[in-house]
Design a protein around this ligand. Structure first.
Ligand SMILES: Nc1ncnc2c1ncn2[C@@H]1O[C@H](COP(=O)(O)OP(=O)(O)OP(=O)(O)O)[C@@H](O)[C@H]1O
Ligand SMILES: [Mg+2]
Length: 292
């Protein structure tokens, strides 16, 4: 429900036909646009307090999926306005979803109704165009938060486009902001796995408890929730942390290769498969049921 206009944000007034492959001819060779028609994708949102390692974990999850599921279609969504995940994966972001949103809003403000209709019709095409294609994965940056004001209809259109896009992949990794409301408003309302990342601090744990409570309040639908402790200096600390009823799926140590790649602005995809953090995240994905 939008606080400003009272509209339900579930594709209201949405009469848009999603037929983009035929209509717009996305024929630029990306198998990920074809849609598998198979089982639902595994969609993981990675959330937690600022600086706990969401982006690093998202990059490592991507690396592991590419290694363990070489034939799978993997989409990585950077929902953080700072688009740090692009750097962590060595992707150059050219366009973001918010640029598309802002175009529509600008046209509606200047009263160019014809333009708005034309842009809305092209939204799905433009979202596909904004997606960066790498050899083994696709990357979509959401960008800055939307302009102030109520743009439910535009948000709904965009979310529906993203939802459809997501359905054509096997795995979707979302680097979320600390607040899960932003993921809900700007990306998706339903994920299969909610991975809450925290360091061992009480502040970090309180944030993930709050995120889980907010999600359970109806903000995010998920099937599985788990905590990944990150930047753990002494593994004994992990036993001191009280996660309540949330399962701890893994524990990643404070790792100097991550730090060094980050300092150099290099991709975390360069981490060796044997790096202890990569191994720990892979184990966590198994425990979380993402990998078998
Ligand atoms: N396991 C780790 N070992 C060592 N350094 C780490 C580890 N995880 C993350 N870092 C470092 O911690 C810092 C914050 O990590 P990261 O950017 O992934 O966090 P974040 O939660 O995405 O932050 P933000 O909330 O600002 O987006 C970075 O400098 C990163 O290199
Ligand atoms: Mg980040």
């Amino acid at each position: 429900m939008c606080e400003e206009c009272g509209a339900h944000q579930h594709h209201q007034e949405h009469d848009h036909e999603h037929d983009q492959d035929q209509e717009h001819g996305h024929g630029h060779g990306c198998a990920s646009h074809q849609g598998t028609g198979g089982p639902r994708p595994t969609v993981m949102a990675i959330c937690g307090k600022g600086g706990v390692g969401k982006t690093s974990v998202s990059a490592m999850v991507t690396k592991i999926l590419l290694a363990e599921r070489p034939d799978a279609k993997v989409l990585v969504i950077d929902a953080d306005p700072a688009v740090g995940l692009a750097t962590a994966l060595g992707v150059d972001v050219v366009h973001t979803v918010d640029e598309i949103r802002n175009d529509v809003i600008r046209s509606s403000r200047t009263g160019e109704a014809g333009d708005v209709a034309a842009i809305l019709e092209e939204l799905d095409y433009r979202v596909y165009e904004a997606m960066a294609e790498r050899e083994h994965f696709a990357f979509l940056a959401i960008g800055r938060p939307e302009t102030e004001g109520c743009y439910c209809k535009v948000n709904d259109y965009l979310k529906e486009v993203i939802e459809e896009l997501v359905a054509s992949f096997d795995y979707v990794v979302i680097d979320g902001e600390a607040g899960i409301e932003q993921v809900n408003r700007r990306v998706l309302e339903t994920v299969t796995h909610l991975l809450l990342v925290s360091d061992c601090s009480l502040k970090g744990i309180n944030v993930i408890r709050t995120i889980r409570d907010v999600a359970d309040g109806g903000v995010m639908h998920y099937e599985h929730v788990g905590v990944l402790l990150n930047r753990v200096v002494d593994p004994a600390d992990a036993h001191l942390v009280d996660l309540g009823d949330i399962d701890q799926v893994g524990c990643v140590i404070e790792d100097s290769p991550i730090r060094k790649l980050d300092i150099a602005g290099r991709s975390l995809l360069e981490l060796p498969d044997t790096d202890p953090s990569v191994v720990a995240v892979a184990q966590a994905l198994k425990r979380f049921g993402v990998l078998v």
